[in-house]
Ligand binder design. Sequence first.
Ligand SMILES: NC(=O)c1ccc[n+]([C@@H]2O[C@H](COP(=O)([O-])OP(=O)(O)OC[C@H]3O[C@@H](n4cnc5c(N)ncnc54)[C@H](OP(=O)(O)O)[C@@H]3O)[C@@H](O)[C@H]2O)c1
Length: 335
Amino acid sequence: MINVGVVGAGGYTGLELVKMLLNHPGFRLNYLATSTGDAMIEELHPALLDLITFGVEEADAETIAQRCELVFLALPHKASMGLARELIERGVKIVDLSADYRLERETYEAHYCPHEDAEHLGEAVYGLIEYYREEIKIARLVAGPGCYPTATLLGILPFVPYLDTSAPLFVDAKSGVSGAGKKLTETSHFVTINDNIFAYNPLRHRHAPEIAEKIAKIRGVGVEVNFVPHLIPATRGELVSVYATLKEEIDPPEILEKAYGTERFIRLREKPVDIKSTAGTHFCDIYAQRNGRGLFVSSAIDNLLRGAASQALAAANLMTGQDEGAGLPVIAYVP
Ligand SMILES: NC(=O)c1ccc[n+]([C@@H]2O[C@H](COP(=O)([O-])OP(=O)(O)OC[C@H]3O[C@@H](n4cnc5c(N)ncnc54)[C@H](OP(=O)(O)O)[C@@H]3O)[C@@H](O)[C@H]2O)c1
């Protein structure tokens, strides 16, 4: 068994990691931390009562290095990079769920804050499994992609070679409220979101530069990304619809089959996708349709799992020589 820990265990993605690690065939969970420590996990997540006997500690690099071969950082951006640098220097493998190691330094600093670990930023591998599998296997630092970029990129990347890239890409995304994390905000207040739907940060959200940067890196072309996220009255789940212009008339299902026919955790749908069929799972469901040169690609994921925690776990599996699918949830929360 490989010893692992979760820092940021009190948050939503931290909880998802703990849940999966408790049943994992190759990882032993033996370290949990928050910023203050001194708690039992059930005080942070009552659902975990009687499942973990050791306590939650204040995050400390030296202790982590003594106890863990690999650690998941389920922390806000900025908090991650401070700790990650200390952990890499101590030989601990890291899967970071924050934005800290996802982007080129210039892009990161334009949209987040000054980067404090430029030394290791260059070696971080972007954890979009289907596109970076071989690099992840030999990485010591993996940057979990953002939830919206995960769904968007998995949907649109197979079509990029056939797009008229002089036309802008429009990405229309809807997310359940857990996408914003545990801290209560005005927009996640029950009265604001119940029976409601609204856009937030339209055309200004920080996931737009991430999507554009990764399309350019993976496919070698620049494309204008217009990204509009919406909040919907659901706990979890993300539906991303991309509207694009083709330069030639292709058969979308055939393109998807060629790209993902052998992928275990991408399901190609013949009907438009929905969030409920992927909620609670690591799957990304994708559907595509064309009208002349107009392309519609729709993908659905669970933001907390494929958009964060299960994608991080799949990366950790690969980094430690295990089966990619070990411990990943595949049964959706239906009905
Ligand atoms: N929610 C999603 O769907 C999603 C999807 C993809 C990526 N992400 C990213 O994943 C990360 C975690 O997201 P989340 O939704 O789980 O957020 P969250 O629910 O707000 O949890 C973050 C946790 O980190 C802890 N924390 C903050 N500073 C810390 C520090 N210095 N040391 C140790 N613990 C600290 C916080 O609790 P204490 O202050 O009590 O320790 C909190 O419990 C974020 O970077 C987020 O952007 C989230």
